[in-house]
Each structure stands twice: as C-alpha cells, then as structure tokens.
Design a protein around this ligand. Structure first.
Ligand code: B1M
Length: 291
C-alpha cells in the first residue's frame, strides 16, 4: 500500500512555492501525479494557497520583488507540468481571458500572477505580454473568442491606456461580448467606474473571483472565500490604524479589538488559516507593545 500523504504533499508544495524552490515544486508535482492526484487539485489545493501566502507576504512588506519573482518562477515550474495535462483532460475552460499589461507599461510580475491564478482556476488564458496596444487586445479577443479582457497597469501615466482600450472595445462592437477588467497598484475601483470597466480587482485571487462572478460561475465556496478575504482585509486595515495609536490608550485597545473581531469573522468564513494565524500573531504582539 502506498504511504503517500496527499495533505502533506499539498503543504510541501505550498511551502516550496513560498520559498521559491522550483526543483521541489517540480518533483512534488510529478510524485503527486504518479500517485493519482488530480492536476486541478494539485493547483487549487497545493500551489494556489502557496502563491496566496506570497501575495500576502508582499502586501505586508515581508517579501520584496525578488522573492515574488522567485516564487512566481517556482509556480511556473509546476504549471509547465500541469498545463498539458489539463488541456488533455478535455475539461471545458470556465471562460477565455485575454490578458496583458497596457501600452507603454513594462511591468509584468503582477499580470503574470493574475494570469497564472486564472489558468489555475480553469480559464483559458491568452497572454499578450507587456506594452499591449488596444488593437492587440481586440485582435486576440476576436481570435480566441474571449469573454474577458484583463488589463494591468503599474504606472499612473499608462493607466489612461485602459480607458483607450475600453473605448476601442466599444468601437469594435465587442462591448456586449467581452468584459473588461483592470488591476495594478495605482488602479482603484473608483477609476474602474470612471472609465467604464466591468470590474477591478486588487490582487490575483480577487481577479479570479471577479472573472468568475462576471461569467456567472461563482460557486458558494468562492463566495465564502471572498467574504472571508474581505473581512480579513478590513482586519488588516483596523490593525494598521491601531498600530499608529499610542499603546495603552483606549483607541489602541479599541482598534485591536476591532481587528480581532474581524479576524474571527474571517476565520468563521473559512478564510486561509495561514493568513489568520499570521495576523493573530501580529495582533498579539501589538497587544504587549509598550511605548
Ligand atoms: Co517600476 N515603478 N518603473 N519597475 N516598479 C513602480 C510601479 C513604482 C511605484 C516605483 C516607485 O516609484 N515607488 C513607479 C510608478 C510610479 C507611478 O506611476 N505612480 C515605477 C516607475 C516610475 C518605473 C519607471 C518609470 C522607472 C524609470 O525608468 N524611471 C520604469 C517604467 C518602465 C515602463 O513600464 N515603461 C519602471 C521599471 C521597472 C522595472 C523594469 C525595473 C521593474 C519591472 C520588472 C517587471 O515587471 N518585469 C519595476 C518594478 C519591479 C517596480 C516595483 C518595484 C514593483 C512592481 C511589482 O512587480 N510588484 C514598483 C514599486 C512597488 O509596487 N512596490 C514599481 C509586485 C506585483 C506582485 O504587484 O504588480 O501590484 P503588482 O500586482 C498585483 C496587484 O496590483 C494586482 O494583482 C497582482 C498580484 O496580487 N494586479 C491585478 C496587477 N495586475 C492586475 C490585473 C488585474 C487584476 C489585478 O486584472 C486584469
């Protein structure tokens, strides 16, 4: 009888992605496949939770760009093995996405993460790379019969090309068929509303939820995950506000209590236990901080 422990393999895989250890990702994925674990489960239960932690470490300044790049490379190593298997398995893609960084913008780390997460979630992903002209988005959307065009921008000067692309999509008569979604560090929901985008996502995991919601394929588990994440993000904001208050004051204690309450709600919604543990540890550390 095989002594293979699937749960342990998923943990090892997630940790290897967090460490950016591509050789371990490669070997663990191969062993899991040999043991009969589904390719989609390897991605969803092993790799994406790891990448999710990487995103969180980046958001909280515990990881910087080089670490994110190394982890993304490890994720890519796993995807390279799994992509052909998913394609062969004949599972219908959830939808087709054309994704790229907008014209004039060369930043692609975040866009690549979003593309990988979408691919992992079962979307057909067609990546136009960096510096994507509005016409190139449209050509690709027509060629691949896309449901979604995803645009990424990291510069305030290139964000305007999101608006130009949306206008070009409308001019091409594709607005009824294709949803335009946007993201990137300087982009906000307000900007998305202003330029008539169909949606904005703050990070790669939220982009997957958004894409599924737009195509009407969001399941109950996704909804719970999304609710948990939003509680968690509110807890993080509350903690950040509390940290700026003087320890020992009522406002400091109130802020921490608010953060703790929100974390409990996120926990109840089943949100990622690693993130929950980490933020609880931060709250506990803050509780005993003195001036
Ligand atoms: Co540049 N850069 N950069 N840069 N760079 C920023 C963005 C900047 C904020 C740095 C700073 O000044 N503090 C600044 C922009 C200022 C502004 O416009 N407000 C800046 C600048 C000014 C520049 C240059 C102009 C510098 C120069 O040459 N003088 C130049 C521009 C080149 C160009 O694009 N034309 C430039 C160049 C570069 C490098 C080439 C050196 C390199 C890019 C390498 C690469 O991407 N292959 C680089 C980098 C690495 C950065 C920083 C340090 C990191 C960006 C990053 O990768 N973050 C950045 C400062 C910073 O953000 N701390 C900076 C990690 C990544 C995981 O996060 O991309 O935000 P992010 O993606 C997230 C979310 O935003 C979201 O999900 C992702 C994952 O969670 N998301 C989406 C992203 N796209 C999405 C799409 C969606 C949904 C969600 O739907 C479709």
């Amino acid at each position: 009888m095989s002594s293979f422990d699937t749960e342990q393999a998923f943990k090892d895989l997630g940790n290897a992605i967090i460490r950016g250890d591509a050789p371990t990702v490669d070997s663990t994925v191969r062993v899991a496949l040999d043991e009969g674990v589904e390719a989609s489960s390897i991605i969803n239960d092993g790799m994406i939770p790891g990448m999710d932690v990487v995103g969180e470490l980046f958001r909280t300044n515990q990881y910087y760009v080089p670490e994110v790049l190394i982890s993304a490379r490890a994720m890519k190593a796993g995807m390279a093995i799994l992509r052909p298997i998913l394609a062969e398995s004949g599972i219908e893609p959830v939808g087709e996405v054309v994704i790229g960084t907008v014209r004039g913008d060369l930043h692609d780390i975040g866009k690549n993460l979003v593309a990988m997460m979408l691919e992992g979630a079962g979307f057909g992903v067609h990546d136009t790379g960096i510096d994507t002209h509005p016409d190139e988005y449209i050509q690709n959307a027509v060629e691949h019969n896309a449901n979604i065009i995803g645009m990424s921008a990291l510069l305030t000067t290139t964000m305007t090309n999101m608006r130009n692309t949306i206008e070009a999509v409308e001019a091409a008569g594709l607005a009824d068929q294709v949803h335009c979604i946007i993201g990137g560090a300087p982009v906000t929901q307000r900007y998305a509303d202003e330029i008539g985008a169909d949606g904005y996502a703050a990070d790669a995991a939220s982009a997957v939820i958004l894409a599924k919601r737009l195509l009407g394929v969001l399941g109950d588990a996704d909804e719970a995950e999304d609710a948990g994440r939003s509680m968690y993000l509110r807890a993080r904001d509350a903690l950040q506000v509390a940290v700026r208050e003087e320890p020992g004051t009522e406002s400091h204690a109130d802020g921490l209590m608010e953060a703790e309450g929100l974390v409990e709600q996120a926990r109840a919604a089943g949100y990622n236990p690693t993130h929950i543990e980490r933020i609880m540890a931060e709250i506990e550390r803050e509780k005993v901080r003195t001036v």
